[in-house]
Design a protein around this ligand. Structure first.
Ligand SMILES: Nc1nc2c(ncn2[C@@H]2O[C@H](COP(=O)(O)OP(=O)(O)OP(=O)(O)O)[C@@H](O)[C@H]2O)c(=O)[nH]1
Ligand SMILES: [Mg+2]
Length: 195
């Protein structure tokens, strides 16, 4: 169980990244997938990370220090319609620059809305992480919206489309109904201890 979470800072430019003092677990995914909600759910806090039904809500890298042990980093999402191309280019520069910085990444958490079909942006993100050899786990969120059979089908689709290896850990969660979070917390504990 994580006990104490403290918001540290919002980073809009790579020059403003805090020195890599703690193990870092960034949360990546499409806009509206539930990145900010996942942080709140994991920490059992209502609104430490700001959640919004407006896609593109989180625009900075937001650092949260958990129990003086590690950082969870809430990232701005990609891929929502109706934004100028410059916005995506800026996102790409910030995120790619961050992921290529010499930091103490323990694992990425890649979160998806399980109802969606993975598209080329999702695939590009996974390919990027693979190319950099960055460790990641996959979270399929919003399972409250589907039945068991649909969940199994979508999970299979993600494995296939993102070319996930059998070793890739996949967590099924609902931030809304607080499901599947204990396993994800246990995984975080495990990576923190293993390194
Ligand atoms: N039904 C359901 N809705 C969820 C779940 N998780 C998040 N949501 C909703 O999805 C919307 C987006 O959630 P956010 O956590 O703001 O998403 P985000 O990935 O941080 O989005 P950006 O900051 O725009 O990148 C909000 O309306 C949430 O309430 C879930 O497990 N089930
Ligand atoms: Mg957000």
């Amino acid at each position: 169980m994580f006990l104490r979470a403290r918001f540290i800072k919002s980073v809009y430019n790579l020059e403003d990244l805090p020195p890599p003092e703690y193990p870092e677990i960034p949360i990546l995914g499409r806009s509206n997938a539930g990145k900010s909600s996942l942080i709140n759910a994991l920490l059992n806090q209502r609104n430490i990370a700001k959640v919004s039904s407006t896609p593109g809500f989180t625009q900075a890298l937001n650092f949260f220090l958990i129990d003086d042990r590690f950082w969870l980093v809430d990232l701005p999402g990609y891929g929502f319609a109706k934004v100028p191309k410059e916005f995506y280019i800026k996102w790409k520069y910030l995120i790619e620059g961050y992921l290529q910085s010499p930091r103490d990444f323990y694992s990425m958490i890649l979160i998806f809305d399980i109802r969606r079909i993975p598209d080329k942006l999702d695939k590009a993100l996974v390919d990027f992480l693979k190319a950099l050899n960055l460790p990641y786990v996959v979270v399929l969120n919003k399972i409250d919206k589907l039945n068991q059979r649909e969940i199994a089908t979508q999970k299979g689709l993600y494995e296939k489309e993102l070319k996930l290896t059998p070793e890739t850990k996949i967590f099924l969660t609902s931030c809304k109904e607080k499901r599947g979070l204990e396993k994800l917390r246990a995984f975080i504990e495990e990576v923190l201890k293993a390194k």
